[in-house]
Design a protein around this ligand. Structure first.
Ligand code: SF4
Length: 85
């Protein structure tokens, strides 16, 4: 990831959090809730989420979104139906 593209990371609320909270070996709903609570008070939430979508990050919580939530936002509900119509 180019350094200039991620300068906002230095202002991330997760800088003082355990990385395991955002990149867990065994994800759980409790871990997701705790990570999302950190993201909710983060001043670079929008930059982080936009970066993760643009970069196609497949792991971890970025911008308050899980990998599954990022996939859903890239392929909104009904996209398969529209494509096959
Ligand atoms: S939005 Fe969440 S993952 Fe992104 S920098 Fe902020 S706290 Fe970290």
């Amino acid at each position: 990831m180019p350094l200039e593209e991620t300068g906002w990371l230095r202002r991330g609320a997760c800088r003082s959090s355990d990385p395991e909270l955002f990149f867990p070996l065994a994800p759980s709903s409790a871990q997701e809730r705790r990570a999302k609570a950190v993201c909710a008070r983060c001043e670079v939430l929008a930059e982080c989420g936009a970066y993760a979508l643009r970069a196609g990050e497949t792991e971890g919580i970025w911008g308050g979104l899980t990998p599954q939530e990022r996939r859903r936002s890239r392929f909104p509900a009904g996209w398969r139906t529209r494509a096959s119509a």
